[in-house]
Design a protein around this ligand. Structure first.
Ligand SMILES: [Zn+2]
Length: 277
């Protein structure tokens, strides 16, 4: 064969093969999302995820499809521990709950979620011996593995035990990822907060920090670490125990409801300001 023809064929293959793999992958994802949502999965969600339980039938359907898309596009793997359907579902719920009002969002920069058998230290070891601290229960943006999230399995399960309470490490870590979507993990998620609400948000952080330091707040003092941790900690509380959060922290609640677009009227008013004038 003429060397020119061989070259042309090679160029053609270089163009067509990736396209073929891409289409094949997309078809596989479409097939997985189109499947009926397993009854056993519904049961797990109803027992553990009261955010899902509170949704109406239509929204439950949307939530289920989002779970299927997330699971079809992300790699979830246990490290020295098993990963069953409950763990898979709870990882997906952690990602979808804070972005439920953003139907197109599927964490483009996240590729893998590693499940650890327990809390771990800065060297990602879960070793246990006296005097050693393995206190990390979740992490995003692992230095050598961008796009990877790490979650401690028992803590993930504890966050979704079906009882409303302020702690949920899964939601905490995925909120860090939303914060990071604008390039900076700074507690000011530009993806969520319109410019005009950034000032009130920072002011609210300052006010609440004063209350926490004075011992007048039930928000976990870990939030004092920095603004990014503040956002992640209050978001856990906001999604995992909204009634109590609204009662105790009405100003923070209003700002977060606007940011995460959990209240429909606000979304409409923002999208079409003329309708209100
Ligand atoms: Zn954090």
């Amino acid at each position: 064969m003429d060397s020119q023809i061989i070259m042309s064929l090679l160029v053609l293959a270089a163009v067509l093969l990736p396209a073929w793999f891409y289409l094949r992958k997309n078809r596989k994802v479409d097939e997985q999302v189109a499947r009926a949502f397993p009854k056993a999965w519904k049961k797990i969600l109803l027992e553990r995820v009261w955010f899902y339980k509170e949704l109406d039938t239509d929204d439950r359907g949307v939530f289920e499809k989002r779970i299927q898309l997330f699971l079809a596009t992300k790699h979830i793997q246990g490290v020295d521990t098993t990963v069953d359907d409950t763990v898979l579902l709870l990882v997906a719920c952690s990602a979808i709950i804070p972005t439920f009002a953003f139907p197109e969002y599927n964490y483009p920069k996240v590729s893998a979620i590693l499940i650890y058998p327990g809390s771990f230290d800065e060297e990602f070891q879960t070793r246990r011996y006296e005097g050693h601290k393995a206190f990390i229960i979740g992490m995003v943006g692992v230095p050598h593995q961008q796009g990877t999230v790490i979650l401690s399995k028992p803590d993930l399960l504890k966050g979704f035990d079906g009882i409303p309470h302020p702690e949920n490490v899964g939601i905490h870590e995925f909120v860090h990822l939303l914060d990071k979507a604008d390039g900076a993990v700074d507690g000011v998620p530009e993806m969520l907060l319109n410019h005009q609400y950034v000032g009130p948000w920072l002011q609210e952080i300052k006010d609440e920090i004063k209350r926490i330091v004075a011992g007048n707040s039930d928000i976990n003092p870990y939030s004092l670490t920095n603004n990014a941790e503040f956002l992640a900690v209050v978001s856990e509380y906001f999604f995992n125990h909204p009634e109590k959060f609204e009662k105790r922290h009405p100003e923070l609640y209003a700002l977060l409801a606007r940011a995460f677009k959990t209240e429909e009227e606000d979304t409409e008013a923002e999208q079409n300001p003329a309708a209100n004038s």
